[in-house]
Write a protein that binds this ligand. Structure first.
Ligand code: NAD
Length: 483
């Protein structure tokens, strides 16, 4: 029997439910297999399988969480590299816990890997779509999502559930994906024959499994009451923090975009204040710390740029939607412009620091960039500000660029520049005979840098990692701090 606790979360104003039993007590649902009373047992026995489409940052964590919960999982990807790693019970991503979950899953026979999307749909009951939605030519690029939905639709059976996970413009799941799933090839109707939920992933790379299992509640919205109810029951098996059930898929799609927009706008505000502090002669970081001690203030960190596949992308979805609806998104648009302008601003500051050191001109200088990933602690280089920083230094006529990243050993994109750009994981090699150091990503090891390692070379800190001015004298310039 299912004992369900439900309460209203005052802060979020949405209904949160938490299951205290993993058995499935759903009644009065349309006929079909996923409304079976013994769903949990069937998931653990392997009778009901879970297919995860896209074994990237989100999908690999999702597949791992289901494996850790005891489920039988089919992992699907189009990349031969990703598939080969997974077949060996390994992962191409350094996400904690994923390799162990894959390894144990392969050994116990609970994890299989497929490249045939339709077959995986035929063999599974819950299909989670975790492929990327990027921004292209002024709009969200739904092509991969549509392609995968079409294959899933071909293998869809009565009683199956489809979960859409990427962040998408509101309306995508119902107006685009549902129509693809309901098309002639499946001949099935949502809510009557199969179930559809939207479940935005809210992971922070580097602790994705922990986020899903214990840190955040799952946000779930269904195409109708049956989908919502079954989705809630299913996700209760893995999200210990409970389920936040929303009234519509559109609202859930919007809330996910709002999370990213909030952070982008907040970072833009901090960038503006940090630049002001440089003129004011106030240490932004000290002011921020004090301001954030007040519970209603949560100023984010300023920095050389906003990267990754999420935060710089979602505001653009929103701006595009607003344009179509003929309404303004002035603050969101201005924030994007501010954050996009930061690489040029910071490179200017760094070159000024070099000039003040009086040693060499930028045209005769070797510049070392610290960090290629979009932020510290991860190997993900998607939309990394480092690429914009490289471009700005090229515009300034720099002689040579070296990049250090502790987690990124190669990057074919670096071959496409007009000058040689080397990449190393050895910090001493990166700092040898260099003329200017520029900290781009806040990898934790960079906080250990000191004057001795730098041999007196000027350092521009675009992340506020190093503020020990006594250790650096005049050779350090930190964003948000006057020199
Ligand atoms: N990375 C994050 O931190 C994060 C956080 C929250 C939400 N999201 C959302 O999740 C989505 C996915 O992000 P991600 O970071 O996991 O992306 P990713 O690029 O790391 O992984 C996507 C995976 O899908 C595979 N793939 C691409 N096309 C495919 C196809 N046609 N068939 C099968 N597999 C295919 C790729 O090979 C890749 O392994 C994003 O678009 C974003 O909306 C990401």
């Amino acid at each position: 029997m299912l004992h369900k606790l439900q309460y209203y979360d005052d802060k979020k104003g949405a209904k949160v439910s938490r299951s205290t039993s993993s058995s499935f007590g759903v009644s009065k649902l349309p006929s079909g297999r996923l409304n079976d009373r013994k769903i949990a047992q069937k998931i653990y026995s392997g009778e009901f399988k879970i297919a995860v489409y896209g074994l990237g940052h989100v999908g690999s964590a999702m597949a791992s969480v289901w494996l850790r919960a005891g489920a039988h999982v089919i992992g699907i990807d189009k990349s031969p590299t990703v598939l080969n790693y997974a077949r060996e019970g390994k992962t191409h991503l350094p996400e904690p816990g994923v390799g162990d979950a894959y390894g144990e899953g392969i050994k116990s026979g609970r994890f299989v890997v497929r490249d045939n999307l339709e077959r995986a749909s035929r063999e599974s009951h819950l299909k989670m779509i975790c492929v990327p939605v990027l921004f292209k030519d002024g709009s969200a690029d739904l092509s991969t999502l549509k392609e995968v939905a079409s294959e899933v639709g071909k293998g869809l059976k009565k009683g199956d559930m489809v979960a859409v996970n990427p962040s998408v413009p509101p309306g995508t799941t119902e107006d685009v994906i549902c129509k693809i799933l309901e098309n002639k090839s499946s001949g099935l109707l949502v809510e009557k024959d199969f179930y559809l939920v939207y479940n935005p992933e809210r992971i922070y790379e580097g602790r994705a499994i922990e986020d899903i299992e214990v840190r955040y509640p799952a946000v779930i919205a269904g195409a109708g009451p049956a989908s919502t109810q079954i989705g809630t029951e299913l996700y209760s098996l893995i999200f210990k923090k409970g389920i936040l059930t929303m009234s519509s898929i559109r609202a859930a799609e919007a809330e996910k975009l709002f999370e990213g927009v909030y952070r982008d706008v907040n970072i833009a505000l901090s960038n503006e204040l940090a630049k002001l502090c440089e003129k004011l002669g106030v240490d932004f970081w000290e002011a921020r710390e004090a301001a954030n001690s007040q519970p209603f203030c949560n100023l984010h960190k300023p920095g050389v740029g906003v990267g990754g596949a999420c935060i710089p992308v979602y505001p653009q979805f929103v701006i595009d939607i607003a344009k179509r609806l003929r309404t303004d998104c002035e603050i969101i648009s201005r924030s994007r412009i501010m954050n996009n302008s930061m690489p040029a601003y910071c490179v200017n500051e760094a070159v000024q620091l070099l000039n003040e050191s009086g040693k060499k001109s930028i045209a005769n200088s070797i510049v070392t960039l610290l960090g290629l990933s979009f932020r510290g602690g991860v190997s993900d280089t998607r939309l990394s500000p480092t690429y914009d920083v490289i471009q700005e230094f090229l515009n300034m006529g720099v002689k040579e660029i070296r990049i250090h990243d502790p987690l990124v050993a190669k990057d074919s994109r670096l071959l496409g520049y007009p000058i040689k750009i080397s990449l190393t994981t050895d910090i001493h090699e990166a700092l040898q005979h260099t003329d200017l150091v520029f900290l781009v990503a806040d990898h934790p090891e960079y906080s250990l840098l000191d004057q001795k390692m730098l041999h007196g070379v000027p350092l521009y800190d675009g992340r506020g990692v190093l503020r020990k001015s006594d250790l650096f004298d005049s050779n350090l310039k930190t964003i948000g701090v006057a020199r």
